[in-house]
Design a protein around this ligand. Structure first.
Ligand SMILES: Cc1cc2nc3c(=O)[nH]c(=O)nc-3n(C[C@H](O)[C@H](O)[C@H](O)COP(=O)(O)O)c2cc1C
Length: 111
């Protein structure tokens, strides 16, 4: 994680949250004195100058809806580690078809 410039993550929503395996990875990555540290003003991330692309995918839980507990968490946890440049694509609601495919293509073109 410390050695990469760009993170590209395809993230499904499982039971209104991130998949357990992804959370287990975050638990390994978020380490005091390694990826964040305690400064005079509290915790600060040390993973600076990195970009993250996150393709959020779901069945019916829509990004930005009241049931979207994932996008806020992702922005928070990356920000906590110092990654502020986060681009998230809305591939939520796969039943929406072409709109979802177009949104996913947009982020792939960015990368
Ligand atoms: C265990 C499990 C839980 C899921 N929970 C949700 C959910 O809470 N909301 C939702 O919109 N989709 C849910 N889904 C659908 C997944 O988000 C969807 O399967 C995933 O984005 C990948 O798409 P795919 O199944 O076409 O590969 C769930 C899927 C699985 C397997």
């Amino acid at each position: 994680m410390k050695s990469v410039d760009t993170l590209v993550i395809a993230l499904p929503i499982y039971s209104f949250n991130v998949p357990g395996a992804f959370k287990a990875w975050i638990d390994q990555v978020a380490r005091a004195k390694v990826t964040f540290r305690y400064g005079d003003n509290g915790p600060e991330g040390v993973l600076e100058n990195k970009k993250a692309y996150v393709m959020l995918i779901s069945g019916g839980t829509l990004l930005g809806s009241d049931l979207d507990f994932v996008s806020g968490y992702i922005h928070h946890v990356w920000g906590f580690l110092g990654i502020k440049d986060v681009t998230m694509s809305d591939s939520s609601g796969i039943g929406r078809g072409e709109e979802v495919i177009a949104n996913t293509r947009k982020i792939i073109d960015c990368i």
